[in-house]
Design a protein around this ligand. Structure first.
Ligand code: ASP
Length: 465
């Protein structure tokens, strides 16, 4: 008998989790769910989290080294990276535009909105994060609804009020930060510190790029063992992601059951989460479709590549279907190269150089999705992000999509980094988990198509076609 594909199993796990959460709420099994089912979901997230840092480190180092000697990268290398950056920034901006226009995360119910907001503030205080316009003090008001929320939160964190006061005093003492502070924050003072703290991923990326370039610049007799080591380590961590993902159907069941049973004790609230989630997922798909059917054909036209609309999509379809079913641009790479060479008639000189780099660093679908997801989660918790913070998201998302490995769920892992970088709770990814697998399948199609588009543009500009 043919084995069932992983994504179907995950979907079944998800559905069973939802059913369990509903039954659990209905029959009052929430304590059992919290004690005996939810922990496995937490373990799953923890595994993904601890894999994240080494995975980013090794994949960037081996990616940079894979490009060869930076001196010889020359014109084609520069152009390729520029094109990749260009498409990624357009994708993030499109994502930000869509999510700010349609606001899928904004809750219509005032009480729910306030409750989510206060949950965020408690977390922020616990993690020493400064928040503007904190609403925790409002919880002292006589309003009975606010009082209820305060009692609930006080149970979660007895010392919250004291911490708010303390952190306020500390913040007041803190020196004013200059405009270049984010740049300063990107450079680690202590490597071990950067690697051990989950919130300093930009420093890890900085180090990995720097290290990779230095390694690539050294004569190969000296570095061949080191290069092999990093490539091997990269493969091992990717393997670990695969292994964790094998258990995903079960873990997803636990996550769904635990999270839903905890965060939604009644069915109306359960309904609210799903309405928001559905809207969010729809917007991600809308953005991805705009890239797929609008941006890429447009880029081909603007750069004078003579491949027709239909010819492009029929030629790329085998790679796109594979990307959809595997959720991995790396696994799809051999087929992408074949489609580009055989069907689009782009010579190997371009495809063999451009596509493998693209599979690692160019993820338009992932970056568009991350931009929408971060703002959606912020809206859901009633957190307003300023223009500066949103510009910061363009930068972090671009870097995070470069750092994401071309494997299933990599985008979800690096999303935690983007969330932390703007002072939001990385655990919120749990909320969008239910729809993430299907969105992963869709965004991988875009990631692969974007690589092919850029390889066509490079071939055209180098007069290879
Ligand atoms: N699965 C995607 C890819 O391989 C990465 C992601 O999770 O967004 O391209």
């Amino acid at each position: 008998m043919k084995k069932m594909a992983l994504h179907w199993k995950i979907m079944i796990g998800m559905l069973l989790g939802i059913i369990w959460a509903i039954l659990s709420g209905y029959y009052g099994w929430n304590d059992f769910t919290a004690d005996w089912i939810n922990p496995f979901g937490v373990i799953f997230i923890n595994c993904l989290k601890f894999i994240a840092i080494p995975l980013v480190l090794f994949s960037i180092i081996s990616g940079v080294v894979g490009m060869g000697n930076p001196k010889q990268l020359g014109r084609i290398g520069g152009k390729t990276l520029l094109m990749y950056l260009f498409t990624t920034v357009i994708s993030v901006s499109l994502g930000l535009f869509i999510v700010n226009t349609f606001q899928p995360g904004v809750q219509s119910n005032d009480a729910t909105r306030l409750e989510h907001r206060l949950e965020y503030e408690v977390w922020a205080v616990d993690n020493g994060i400064e928040i503007k316009d904190g609403r925790l003090e409002m919880a002292n008001a006589s309003d009975s609804q606010l009082k209820d929320i305060r009692v609930k939160l006080a149970a979660d964190s007895e010392t919250t009020a004291a911490k708010v006061v303390l952190s306020k005093q500390e913040n007041a003492k803190e020196a004013k930060k200059g405009p270049l502070q984010p740049l300063i924050d990107m450079v680690p003072t202590n490597l071990v510190n950067a690697l051990s703290s989950g919130n300093l991923m930009l420093q890890v990326i900085f180090f990995a790029l720097f290290f990779g370039i230095a390694l690539a610049l050294m004569p190969s007799e000296k570095t061949s063992t080191v290069k092999k080591f990093f490539e091997g380590m990269n493969d091992i961590f990717i393997k670990m992601v695969h292994m964790v993902m094998r258990g995903a159907p079960f873990f997803v069941f636990c996550l769904m059951a635990g999270v839903l049973a905890k965060s939604a004790d009644n069915l109306t609230e359960l309904g609210e989460i799903f309405v928001s989630l559905g809207f969010y997922a729809l917007l991600v798909v809308l953005g991805l479709s705009t890239l797929l059917f609008g941006l890429y054909p447009l880029i081909l036209r603007v750069f004078g590549v003579k491949i027709g609309y239909r010819a492009f999509f029929t030629g790329m379809s085998p790679a796109q279907f594979l990307a959809f079913s595997t959720s991995s641009s790396a696994a799809t790479l051999p087929v992408t190269i074949e489609c580009v060479n055989e069907n689009l008639k782009i010579p190997e000189q371009s495809s063999d150089f451009v596509l493998p780099i693209g599979a690692t660093v160019n993820m338009d679908g992932t970056s568009l999705y991350q931009a929408i997801a971060v703002i959606f989660l912020a809206q859901y918790h009633d957190v307003d992000l300023s223009l500066i913070q949103q510009l910061g998201i363009v930068l972090t998302t671009t870097l995070a999509s470069i750092g994401a490995a071309a494997v299933p769920s990599a985008g979800l892992i690096t999303l935690m980094i983007v969330l932390s970088s703007v002072g939001l709770n990385p655990m919120w990814v749990v909320l969008i988990f239910p729809v993430d697998r299907i969105l992963d399948m869709c965004r991988t199609v875009i990631n692969v198509t974007s690589d092919a588009t850029v390889s066509a543009v490079i071939a055209k500009s180098e007069k290879m076609m």
